[in-house]
Design a protein around this ligand. Structure first.
Ligand code: COA
Length: 227
């Protein structure tokens, strides 16, 4: 359904474009309201339009961190991270034993390309060679004038309080705005997840919508540049 709007948006005259973009945003918002329930991805041939070029996961260095594609050699560290109750409290993730965490990490090693709607790209956040977190992007709408990406983040409790998450998310936001060409980056934060709300605020996100359960936040390229 969103895809139909995207096609319409791309063809619209400038006067008609703004309401169409608003409609796309409303549909993205409606879709995001269902977060928390498992997402069923449509087969690739049904996912329609593509980016002008594929965006592939790559190494990114920030002042103190390296972001890079996930690697199965981090299986133990990933299990510790993905089964820590403090980390998953506000995520829709189940508690995973070592085997489930391994499968989960294996999936993440394959999530390295953004090209079509729903594509997901995850990067390991490392500090001095050690896995300390994860940042991700999911392509929500492709049309260039309403292109939207959703960002996700998590950091090991031992490494919180040092600005690492701010630094890592800034790194992946560069990918979203520069490589993907996003017009907006969305973040969904559950009620009560105060550290994530503070992080989003530091990065320049503003509230787009709030339901009883979560905040839908948005970051524009201008706000990112100002941040
Ligand atoms: C959300 C989350 C990543 C935030 O982590 P965080 O440590 O609070 O964020 P940062 O790493 O950016 O650190 C910010 C803190 O470091 C401090 N800091 C120290 N040095 C800093 C620096 N160089 N730059 C920025 N902040 C710095 C800041 O003042 C801030 O401190 P405060 O919490 O006392 O205000 C983390 O709580 C988490 O992983 N939560 C669980 C996963 C989750 O819920 N994900 C979100 C799903 S939407």
């Amino acid at each position: 359904m969103v895809q139909q709007s995207i096609v319409g948006t791309a063809r619209a005259t400038p006067a008609r474009r703004e309401p169409l973009i608003r409609e796309v945003v409303a549909r993205v918002r409606a879709a995001l309201e269902h977060l928390g329930t498992p997402t069923v991805r449509r087969p690739r041939f049904m996912r329609g339009a593509t980016l002008e070029r594929r965006v592939e996961a790559r190494h990114l260095d920030t002042d103190r961190l390296r972001l890079r594609p996930h690697d199965m050699r981090d299986a133990d560290a990933w299990h510790a991270l993905a089964s820590d109750a403090r980390v998953i409290r506000y995520l829709s993730w189940p508690h995973r034993d070592a085997a489930a965490a391994r499968r989960h990490l294996r999936d993440r090693t394959r999530h390295t390309t953004l090209w079509q709607t729903d594509d997901f790209l995850a990067l390991a956040v490392t500090h001095r060679g050690q896995l300390v977190g994860d940042v991700s992007l999911q392509l929500r709408t492709v049309a260039s004038d309403a292109r939207a990406v959703e960002v996700g983040w998590l950091l090991s409790p031992e490494h919180q309080g040092k600005g690492f998450a701010t630094e890592a998310v800034r790194g992946i936001l560069h990918v979203a705005f520069k490589d993907v060409g996003a017009r907006m980056v969305l973040a969904v934060v559950e009620d009560g997840n105060e550290r994530s709300l503070a992080l989003a605020d530091r990065l320049g996100f503003t509230l787009l919508h709030r339901n009883g359960r979560s905040h839908l936040l948005v970051l524009t390229p201008d706000a990112f540049r100002r941040g």
